[in-house]
Design a protein. Structure first.
Length: 623
């Protein structure tokens, strides 16, 4: 018995020891785990804890402002306004409909519009929901006076865009609006939120990320349902967006706008030596401030259906046949290829019989008579260029030179969209229409008719190529980027060659001389006469199907001073569409722009100096 008792005691002690070891192991394990959680990983979990127990509100950043080329004329600024939000969980459920009805009345909205923003699934949430932006101070005052009847309603300062200079600047500057769901999906990783205001068109869209700035954050401790527990928030202040300085000269912009007047068309003013756009006018235009009124959809719908499409920037997004301005390219190709001597004559009898069809020159019989290149350009003789194009150059060489002038390609201007135009070829026609290229097609192409399509910016760059003697610099609207707080220059736009030609310097000089002779002795001699600056250029009159008789697109593409260094030269490209009552206004408008720039005159002063006032009276256009 004693032996058995001793054995039992030993077994009991072993069990106790084993259990003690297990308890000690468990204790050490927990102790180690506690050490890891609190000491080694404590910082990480405390950070996670703060995130879980915090609610975050974004603080809008001040959007960057936009200035003209001298950086002293604000084109776009920010105006103080407010956004109104609702915290649904703070509204007693039995008062929800009453509160929302009252708020809708103050905001000039329908209850349904607010209900769509606050879906039933989030009505017990304590997350703030913005229901309307761009709210006037007077409305906020009314809400504040009645806040006891509006539980859960809050407001914050949210600046809105004010387009100080709108009108013809609307197509350049563009406008902003609330971010859409599709836009947010694309831009979410770049810091955009569902409450972001984003550029929709123009410079506002092109440089939106520069203008946006960086949003601030306001963090508060909340309970599991999102109710605020702490009185003192943790605030990370926002960073203002960058300010943009454009190449646009507002004085020239206003001058060009008034010179075009209420005529459907466009004017582009360009510095050929740098590619800087000094003015870009497209008529009709619109007031960009309409889109800050809060009725974006209705405003857009009204403009989209308005006559002559005011939303269309005709300078870069509308294409036209270049008409006789294309003879500038024809002359360059003929001279550089040595296809036909510029001193050799071609007789013009007013028409040309080809392929059983009579092609009429733009004048009646007996035509222009015997013409060399210089006089063919000056008189814009179709017969001369029909023969040169059809018999001496051919479609392939014509198309090749047109492309050397930048036609048929994206000019890479810093706007969200621009059309490349079209340079047709025999292969293109076969693919497009399943038809062979004919000699008549070459003749049409030789005078800028047929399938060729260009924008006014292409035409300005065509003349810039002549000024620069074989180079087109990328046209641009942004001059420099400045810090929104310090106004220091952060970045300047580089001058970049876009297209380079192999044409010889001697050819360029002969083309320039021909364009000067066109102004002094050719068809635009009277409307382009100018005593302040020597001009060179080419007219164009494009026949367009679908318009009434005696309606044509009217072109004038010119540069000056003809005798000055390229650094001082300016190109002006003007088109007046066929939809207008015919008055051949393009050369007059172009000369007004040159007169205003080089004589430092206003529109009225330029018109009076040039003696064009009687024309405005004649056509009932007293701008």
């Amino acid at each position: 018995m004693p032996l058995n008792s001793s054995d039992d005691n030993i077994k009991k002690n072993l069990r106790l020891t084993f259990l003690l070891l297990i308890f000690m192991l468990v204790f050490v394990t927990y102790l180690y785990r506690l050490f890891v959680l609190q000491i080694i990983q404590g910082g990480e979990y405390r950070s996670q804890s703060k995130q879980i127990s915090s609610t975050m509100r974004t603080i809008p950043a001040q959007r960057g402002e936009i200035f003209d080329r001298n950086a002293n004329m604000p084109l776009v600024i920010n105006t103080d306004s407010f956004s109104v939000s609702v915290i649904p969980g703070e509204i007693p459920s039995n008062l929800y409909d009453t509160v929302i009805l009252k708020l809708a009345d103050y905001l000039g909205m329908t209850k349904d519009a607010i209900d769509r923003k606050i879906s039933p699934s989030i009505r017990r949430s304590f997350t703030s929901v913005e229901v309307k932006g761009n709210v006037a101070f007077e409305v906020i005052s009314n809400i504040a006076e009645n806040i006891t009847d509006l539980p859960g309603v809050t407001w914050t300062n949210k600046p809105t865009r004010n387009y100080v200079v709108s009108g013809s600047m609307s197509h350049i500057l563009g406008y902003v609006g609330d971010i859409t769901r599709d836009e947010l999906n694309l831009l979410y990783n770049k810091g955009y939120t569902k409450n972001s205001i984003i550029g929709k068109t123009g410079i506002e869209k092109q440089y939106d990320e520069l203008l946006q700035g960086k949003q601030g954050r306001e963090s508060r401790t909340v309970d599991a349902r999102g109710r605020i527990l702490s009185d003192k928030p943790i605030i990370t202040p926002p960073t203002s967006g960058s300010n943009l300085v454009l190449t646009i000269d507002t004085t020239i912009q206003t001058l060009a706008e008034k010179a075009l007047g209420e005529r459907v068309g466009s004017i582009v003013v360009l510095k050929p030596a740098t590619g800087e756009v000094l003015a870009m006018v497209s008529y009709p235009f619109f007031d960009a401030n309409l889109f800050t009124s809060g009725n974006y959809s209705s405003q857009y719908a009204a403009l989209a259906t308005a006559p002559n499409n005011p939303l269309l920037n005709r300078a870069v997004n509308a294409t036209y046949p270049p008409a006789s301005t294309f003879k500038t390219i024809m002359a360059t190709a003929m001279l550089n290829e040595k296809a036909f001597s510029s001193a050799q004559y071609i007789p013009c009898e007013g028409e040309l019989n080809y392929g059983g069809r009579i092609f009429h020159c733009h004048v009646k019989k007996p035509g222009h008579g015997r013409l060399d290149l210089k006089n063919a350009l000056a008189q814009s003789c179709d017969v001369y260029f029909w023969i040169v194009g059809r018999d001496y150059l051919g479609v392939d060489k014509i198309a090749s030179y047109a492309k050397e002038f930048g036609f048929g390609q994206d000019l890479e201007i810093d706007l969200p969209a621009s059309k490349p135009g079209l340079v047709p070829t025999a292969q293109w026609k076969e693919r497009r229409f399943h038809e062979k290229w004919l000699g008549g097609d070459t003749m049409n192409m030789s005078i800028g008719q047929g399938f060729t399509q260009v924008t006014p910016l292409h035409m300005a760059d065509m003349m810039a190529m002549v000024c620069n003697g074989g180079t087109i610099y990328r046209p641009h609207l942004l001059k420099e980027v400045r810090d929104g707080a310090t106004d220091e220059v952060i970045e300047e736009t580089a001058i970049e060659p876009l297209v380079t030609s192999t044409v010889s310097p001697e050819v360029w000089q002969e083309v320039r001389n021909g364009l000067r002779y066109t102004i002094t002795d050719g068809t635009p001699a009277y409307p382009m006469h100018n005593r302040v600056v020597q001009l060179a250029g080419k007219t164009g009159t494009a026949e367009v199907n679908g318009y009434a008789k005696n309606h044509w697109h009217s072109w004038m593409i010119a540069y000056g001073p003809f005798d000055g260094p390229v650094e001082d030269q300016i190109v002006v490209a003007t088109i007046v569409e066929a939809v207008n009552e015919w008055e051949w206004w393009a050369p007059y408008a172009t000369n007004i722009v040159f007169q205003g720039i080089f004589a430092d005159q206003s529109y009225d002063e330029a018109v009076n100096t040039l003696g064009f006032r009687y024309l405005l009276k004649m056509y009932g256009r007293m701008e």
